[in-house]
Structures are given as structure tokens and as C-alpha cells.
Design a protein around this ligand. Sequence first.
Ligand code: FAD
Length: 628
Amino acid sequence: LVSREEAALALDLFEEFINEQSFQLILQCHDRICELLKIRPSVFLDFYPALKKSLNNWKANTLWSKLDKRAQQKVYEGGRACSGKKVLIIGAGPCGLRSAIEAQLLGAKVVVIEKRNDFSRNNVLHIWPFVIKDLMHLGVKIFFGKFCVGSINHISIRQLQYVLLKVALCLGVEVHSGVSLEGLVPPDVDDPDAGWKACIQPEDHPVSQFEFDMIIGANGKRAVFDGFKRKEFRGKLAIAITANFVNNRSEQEACVEEISGVAFIFNQKFFNDMCEQTGIDLENIVYYKDDTHYFVMTAKKHSLLWRNVLHNDYPDTQTLLAPENINREALYEYALEAAMFATNYQLPEDIAFAYNHHGEPDVAMFDFTSMFASENACRIVERNGKQLLMALVGDGLLEPFWPTGSGCARGFLGCFDACYMLKRWASGEKTPLEVIAERESIYRLLAQTTSENLCKDLASYTLDPRTRYPNSNSRKVLPIHVRHLYDTDRPEKIETMMRKTASISKEEKENIRSLKALKNTESRLMSWFKLHLFDYPLADISDICTSFQTGQPLCALIHRYRPELLDYNSLDPEDYSGNCSLAFSVLEGMGIKPVIGGEDFASRGIEDKALWISYLQSVYLLFKGQIP
Ligand code: FAD
């Protein structure tokens, strides 16, 4: 039905689509290709083979061979694992789009809505090895040839969105820009066939008629769906500054070395020199050369006041960092001088700031003093016999600390886990409560993941958590613990469901027993630490988790038994992150692998208390019986 001319034109347009660098133009290009080929975004098996058949040149074929290979993974069941299910995704950030690709490969009908009309973030994301592999398998090089050619692996947020958007569109995902979610509309009680719908802006947009079974909140850190409580992790004051400069790709710029991350504790001289010469006092700094020269640093408040970046000092961070308390010109100078010093004045003297979407120099200041994570990763709401599976992914699930760049990596893991839950739910093999419990069990692992403690065989990662997390235990949380996450207008169903899952009560008993054992270990460790830190008043402990976030108890303990390994008296009591990193790395040198990064632990603590206790238990076993 497609003429030769139309097919040739579609192929030309596909070339444009591959190279296009604008959200709107990518969507338009895709629309025109679909029009010419007389296809419409639809489920994977209806759309992708038709597109693939019509677009045939080496570039297209290279992409198809990559996508074919991905689609053949068993977990997708030939694109039928979730056939008949409809998914609405809120937000076309990296995590919304990555989730869309997976839900589409599972065979669901997938619609993404994005409130913005353009992708405008210059900032650059650090990417873990598994993310590189993942993007390579999706054909990233076809869309962005320069991907990971530098010495450090990163990609700008905008570029990552372009690549994922193009892959999602090629698989048949429907994407709408300028459309925003306002709320949910339960199924109409008078219509037995009616499903869940969304209340959106603009009101009359066709997506308002879309009925869906699952909704994925990928709308960034302000994600709020009812029923997802946010937990706050308060650390010490942390003010991050990001700055982007134009990269003219000159020879001079090419020679400037990137900085994968220098923290105060590992290079005190560098930071002391910077402070002495410029008055800029930082805790860490990262520099990536990408589409822009991108810097992210954590600045100490006193230096922002001293350099007049902040007009006045206030105890409350919101007032402290309110626009009216910031002198933007002084902020630009601060960022520029820090960038120049950190790169040894190798960047061109006349380097200019890149501009943000407001047409202003792209320099911003953010508060990371308190960060948020959702208490739960999913829930099910049932009205009028229609279940709605709700999931959070990305920053809304677990807020990342940008200087460590974990946002996209943990973000992608959460996307895979959410889509695996969709598969389990769609299979109907488990009760909804079991599906929720399984998802929440896996969620417990997310905050602790590092690129080192994931499974080593990156090529065999799939949606199945067991291929990614070495110690995944899908029954850590039991159905009885997640009853509150199943909100139904027929509560009697829950009782029936609980009876069905009664066979697990043995396991539950086991769980209670291990909880008791954990409590005993905790109190034994507390007494031991208190006794051995008696001479170190600053390292006093009252709580097995939070008291350790200052880093001092572990440093003090090391100092007590092995004073040659660290200089306890030179520690900065305010530098929690540096102290934790130091203690973890010294203990690692003694054979105890860290279970979390120092910076992460200092700023947000640790969610998996049992894991932390087992770490402290190893420390106890290391020093127990030794003569101080
Ligand atoms: P996001 O990338 O935030 O995407 C969410 C999307 O949802 C947005 O496009 C938003 O417009 C859309 N949206 C929101 N509400 C609605 C709604 N109601 N309806 C429809 N759409 C909606 N990480 C770093 O590691 N380093 C950095 O320097 C860095 N800089 C950042 C700068 C900014 C301004 C922001 C917002 C984030 C930054 N991050 C940074 C975090 C990083 O971008 C995220 O970890 C990563 O993009 C994954 O996030 P996400 O997909 O969950 O959310």
C-alpha cells in the first residue's frame, strides 16, 4: 500500500529523525514517517515490524538488529507478556522514557505525556557501566556517535532524552508534549466497562480519553501521587552549584582534563589552595566535558557569604537560598573562578557561559541538605472492579545527590523493577498483594546499589531483578506488610487474599525470629561501641544508624586500635561525608567492603538497617579482642 516514492521519502525523513536535536522536531519527523508508511503508534508487535519492514538501509538495519536482539529476551515473551495492558507514563525525562521502552517491549500499549515542549537541560549525568551497556544495546551510537568517547563516562541529560525518545518512538510508544497530569479519574460506576482515566491539561486533549491499567510517575523529584509518603533524609547543609560553559571544541579545550570527582578528604591541599587563593571553599567538584563544559560542586556556606554570593546568613536553607538572597553576578564569578582553578586555568580565558531555557547563564544553586525517597515504590487502587497499578520511578522514587551522579543509574534500575512488576501483575499468577510485596522487597535494595555491588555480567541484565542484584530476595517484604498499599472498595477481598497466602506464615515466623536476632545484635553492638568510644566524646553514639553519619565513631574506633591509619585530631567534625569516606576506605583496606558510599551515607543514612548492622558486626569482629 506504500508507494516506492513514499517509502523513499520516509527513508530520507528517517535520516533526519536520527540526527534531529529538538523534542518538537523529532516528534514531527516521526509523525510524518508514520503518515507516509500509513502506520500509527501502537503495541510493539503491530508497530515495530511494520516500521522495520519499510525502512531499509544500513543505519536503519543496524538499529533493527540491536532492537531485535533486545526484544528477543525471554522476559518479554515475544512481545506478549503484557498484551492487553495499557500504561500511562507521566514525564519524558530519562526514567519516563526508559520505562516506556520496557513496557512497550513487554507488549503493553504505552502513552507518555510530558508537560514541557522542549528538552533544555545542559547538565551532565555520570553513567555507570551497566547504563553504558544498556544504551549500547538500544543503539545509542546510531543516534549519538560521540557517546562515551571521552575519558569519563557521561552524557548530557538532554542528549540522553533525545536518544531514549527516538528508541521509544521506533518501538511504537505514543508521546505527547505540552500535556500535563492533574489527577486521576476513577472508573465511572454506571459503566461496567469503564476504566481509569487521567485528568490532564489541556482538558480536551485526546489522552484524557485513554483508559489505562497502570500509571508510572516519572515526573521528577516533585512526584506526588496520593498514597506515596515521602521520607526525608536530613544531612548537614549541602549546597550544590552547577555551571555550564560553551564548548567550542577547540584544541585548547580538548587538552583540558576532566575531573571525575575530587572530594576534600582525598585532596585537602587542592581545596586549601583554592580557598587561600580565591576564597572559594568547596567540599567536592566534578568536571565533565560534553556538549558543554559542565561543573558540579558542593560549596561551603561561609565562602558563599564571604564572596557575597549570599547576601545574608539564615539558619533555614529555604530562606538562605531564596532568589532574593542570591547575588547572581557574584554566583557567576564564583562558578567561573572555581572552574578555572579546578582545571588549572587551562580553559580559554574568554570562556562563555552556556544559556539555560530562560536565556540566562546556565549556573544554578540547589539545596541538598534534605533529600527525599518514597516510602513505597508502588500501590494498587481498585474501584468498581478495576485495578490501577501505580508505580514511581526515577527522582520521585529516590532522589539522587547530583555530585555523585547516581540519578540515572539507580533511576534505570527502578524503571526495570517497575516494569518487571507490571509483567508479574499482568501474568495473573500472583495475588496483587504478592505482586506489591515482591516489588517492595526489591525496592529495599535500590538505595544501597553502587556500580560495584551489582551483578558483574552486565550483558545479561534483563528486567528480572535476579540478573542485576546479587542478593535479591523477593520475599523480604511479605503480603501482610503491604496491606495498606492495596486500596480497594471491596476490602473483603484482602482477607480472602491473605488466606490464600497463609502458607507463607512459616516464613513470616522466620522473619519475626530474624528481626529479634537483629535487635539483639544491635544492642550488643551499641554497648560494645559505647564502651570502646568512651574516650572520644565527639564520637558518642545513641543510635546505631544516625550517630554513625558524622563518620566520627568509625574514625575514632579505627584510631583507637590502629592510630597510624588516620589522624583523628585533624578530622573536621563538620565534614560528615569526608569522615565517612575516610573510615570506609580505611576499613576496606583492612578487608571490610563498604555497603554504601561515604557521601551517600553521610547525607541520607542507610535504609537497609540489617545491612548496616552486618557491616558494623564485621567491624566488631575485626577489632574484638585486639589490644588498643
Ligand atoms: P526528570 O529528568 O526530572 O524528568 C521528569 C519529567 O517529568 C520532566 O521532563 C518534567 O517536565 C515532567 N513532568 C513533571 N511533572 C509533570 C506532569 N504533571 N505532567 C507531565 N509531565 C511532567 N543529575 C545529576 O546527576 N547531575 C546534574 O547536574 C543534574 N542536574 C539536574 C538539573 C535539573 C534542573 C533537574 C530537574 C535534575 C537534574 N539532575 C541532575 C537529576 C537528573 O536529571 C535525574 O536524576 C534524571 O534526569 C532522571 O530523572 P527522572 O527521569 O526521574 O526525572
